[in-house]
Design a protein around this ligand. Structure first.
Ligand code: ADP
Length: 280
């Protein structure tokens, strides 16, 4: 695994941050809103992740997400602004004021158009094609992990489960905090995670988007999911999902990982569909 020390670019000082209200509860501790003043005097609204019971061991896990994010630079991936490594440890990210895509879909369900929803899918897909090119697997693709910057722009976030993988290899997971209902059969059965299993999860995330953030397989227990998948059952087409997009989803949910499209291919397909929707 890659462990890179923080470069100067991401070392910021606490004195340049004004902490505001609590945005939400993260896995490691509270997430606050705030403002960061850069050395050049520019002010940016930020989200500040804190770490509550930060022993040396927990601290390493907490910072591993920031460690991965500092190497990423993409218009549809959450941007890391900096890290404060001395206690209390903070991870500072760009703020996306509309919050989680899951909540946004519920709030805006009567306003969002098919073209907008398709655009979100395309943007997430582009972020994942970028990760695929870096041999990185995300492993937790779901609307709860996508943030909304504006009505026209979403950002993939939450790299807490992400890992670099060597080509032809895969990350063998040991954690039990796994999102079973989003996972590919080989991930459930063998804890096998690759870009192809990310493609499966992306398909489930697209299903969530067109279902206005319903939970996939909410009618099943986690333990029942793998049997259903192995007997060929798949998520049904959400009412508002265009048939062309559902056609792509069924390919993302091919049982054999190598039969699924790549993110590169999916970007081309979603771009075409989005273009046609705008022309209508
Ligand atoms: P964790 O992954 O550690 O569990 P999350 O990333 O889920 O923490 O963050 C917890 C809450 O903070 C979420 O509800 C999310 O809405 C909010 N949040 C996190 N990062 C941002 C951000 N960059 N912009 C806006 N809200 C954020």
């Amino acid at each position: 695994e890659h462990t890179v020390k923080y470069d100067d670019k991401h070392r910021i000082s606490r004195g340049d941050i004004v902490v505001g209200r609590i945005l939400g509860e993260g896995f490691f501790g509270e997430v606050h809103e705030g403002v960061y003043k850069s050395p050049s005097g520019e002010r940016t609204r930020v989200a500040i992740k804190t770490c509550k019971d930060c022993s040396a061991e927990v601290k390493e896990k907490f910072l591993s997400e920031a460690d991965l994010m500092k190497n990423l630079d993409h218009p549809h991936i959450v941007r890391l602004i900096g890290v404060i490594e001395v206690d209390p440890v903070w991870i500072v990210m760009e703020l996306y004021e509309h919050g989680e895509l899951g909540n946004y879909l519920v709030e805006q369900q009567y306003i969002l158009t098919t073209a907008q929803l398709t655009q979100y899918c395309l943007q997430i897909c582009k972020a994942l094609a970028y990760l695929e090119g870096l041999n990185m697997v995300h492993r937790d693709i779901a609307v709860r992990n996508v943030l909304v910057a504006s009505a026209e722009c979403v950002k993939l976030g939450d790299f807490g489960l992400s890992r670099y993988i060597d080509e032809q290899e895969y990350y063998k997971a040991s954690v039990s905090r796994l999102p079973i209902k989003w996972m590919a059969p080989e991930s459930i059965n063998f804890r096998r995670f690759t870009s192809a299993s990310d493609v499966w999860m992306f398909g489930v995330c697209v299903w969530e988007i067109f279902s206005m953030a319903q939970q996939p397989f909410f009618w099943l227990e986690n333990g029942q999911v793998i049997n259903q998948l192995e007997s060929g059952v798949r998520l049904q087409k959400p009412q508002t999902c265009p048939p062309t997009i559902y056609g792509l989803l069924t390919r993302c949910w091919a049982y054999e990982p190598h039969s699924r499209p790549t993110f590169g291919e999916l970007v081309r397909s979603f771009s075409e569909i989005h273009k046609m929707e705008l022309e209508q």
